[in-house]
Ligand binder design. Sequence first.
Ligand SMILES: *[C@@H]1O[C@H](CO)[C@@H](O)[C@H](O)[C@H]1NC(C)=O
Ligand SMILES: *[C@@H]1O[C@H](CO)[C@@H](O)[C@H](O)[C@H]1NC(C)=O
Ligand SMILES: *[C@@H]1O[C@H](CO)[C@@H](O)[C@H](O)[C@H]1NC(C)=O
Length: 476
Amino acid sequence: MGLPTAYRPVYSTPAPRTSKQRLSKLAAACVLLLLALANSPAAPGALEDAAWWLKSKRPLPSEPRERALALLETSPVIDGHIDLPILARAFFRNQVDEIDLDGAVRGHVDIPRLREGRVGGFFWSTYIMCPEDAGYPLDNDGNFTTPTHRVRDTIEQIDVARQLIDKHSDTFELTLTAKDWKRAIKKGKIGGMLGVEGGHQLGSSLSSLRAYYALGARYVTLTHTCHNALADSCGMQGTPITPRWGGLSPFGRVAVKEMNRLGMIVDLSHTAPSTASDALSLSLAPPIFSHSNARGVHAAVRNVPDSILRRIGRIGNEGREKVDLSKDGERGLGWGNDTNEAEKDIPSGDSLIMLNFSPDFISEWGEEGTRANISSLADHADYIGKLAGRQHVGIGSDYDGIGKTPVGLEDASKYPDLLAELIRRGWSDEEVRGVAGSNLFRVLQKVEKVARSQREVKPFTDIFEGRDDMKRRDHF
Ligand SMILES: *[C@@H]1O[C@H](CO)[C@@H](O)[C@H](O)[C@H]1NC(C)=O
Ligand SMILES: *[C@@H]1O[C@H](CO)[C@@H](O)[C@H](O)[C@H]1NC(C)=O
Ligand SMILES: *[C@@H]1O[C@H](CO)[C@@H](O)[C@H](O)[C@H]1NC(C)=O
């Protein structure tokens, strides 16, 4: 794949001026002057904000790719899932000195390609394999009480992500709130938060959850490919997995409440639909699927069933319409078809499905290899848009965590081509901005609001059942 060699700052592309633009420039000058006179010492970001707002209102070119690029100037891509930290561990043994993100790094992501792709930030996934996948026996027979190195290894993942951010602090910023993230983008930086990709990485302890939050993690994926103390996983394609809890465990329910209290997003990619269903029912803040597609387009266990997409699609219309799944992609034969899943409420009133670029989750493999391309991924976007609503679609590429990529989406420089395809398919400017990043910001702000409303709630100190390493003592 061809790597762009030149570093091109994204936020200063000059555009040809029309008379309308000259007018809006004049308006900008007036607004800036007024603001400068009125209150700039009291509101230091006000000038910047006004200039940004005017920029976002400029007339747009009609050619789809040009239009996508113009939209991305003020609504850059926020990717829900990038696996750079595990690439650093697997190929560089966390030797940050050996990773030059200003150059061409193996895999899908480096700074020149992020800039080319108009990226305003991403969730740095911190991932450590399930014990089963790593060749260890099932965690204490499914009791999840074996002490392991997974918490240590997760801390190493967090550390390597933070070292990479620090090493390139002229480009990257660890932004711990939606507001900071947006501010960083306006300064031309690539913001980001950390995500922890699996409840097994908590070592069955809520203390790790709080500690990860303190270190910059803003979502935890409730499971990876294994069940854990919190919840059931959907497992791996082709390997049936027997339910352990039938959704969230009692401890997992407490974990969700603790995440709501902290302001940590509940991520449902990799979970069993039963877990996703429970979390949607319980969480006061909107859960996301940080990197998943639709089962109705491609029947992979990692994708979201029709019933759950329809349930999200009923937000704002609860209680009115009875859902008929028989005409959707799974023909009424999918998960949740007989439990009124689609009619259940979602108390948080929002959610987001972020498109995964792995060909495994996009379409069938043909004789000659993957057939996945921009168009087949856009089919998932259209489909999720139809069942759940276009305001519930985002991007979670899984770059650096997937072996193969779709034709046309080979690396982080290609996002504008996906958005151009959505424009060609009739998605409005606002919908495209939403997919690129503003839907994620909306959800994140709701998560932060729920946390603010719970300031008086004390941390949950529940200890996972079955642990015998922390018996109460009378004396040392
Ligand atoms: C798992 O927990 C169950 C119930 O507490 C117990 O009967 C069983 O012995 C435990 N298994 C192991 C391997 O510890
Ligand atoms: C649900 O799907 C199963 C097959 O997975 C099918 O046998 C059953 O008839 C479906 N139920 C409804 C209500 O459509
Ligand atoms: C994308 O894949 C689909 C399905 O295999 C195919 O019909 C279509 O022609 C491909 N589009 C492009 C642009 O290659």
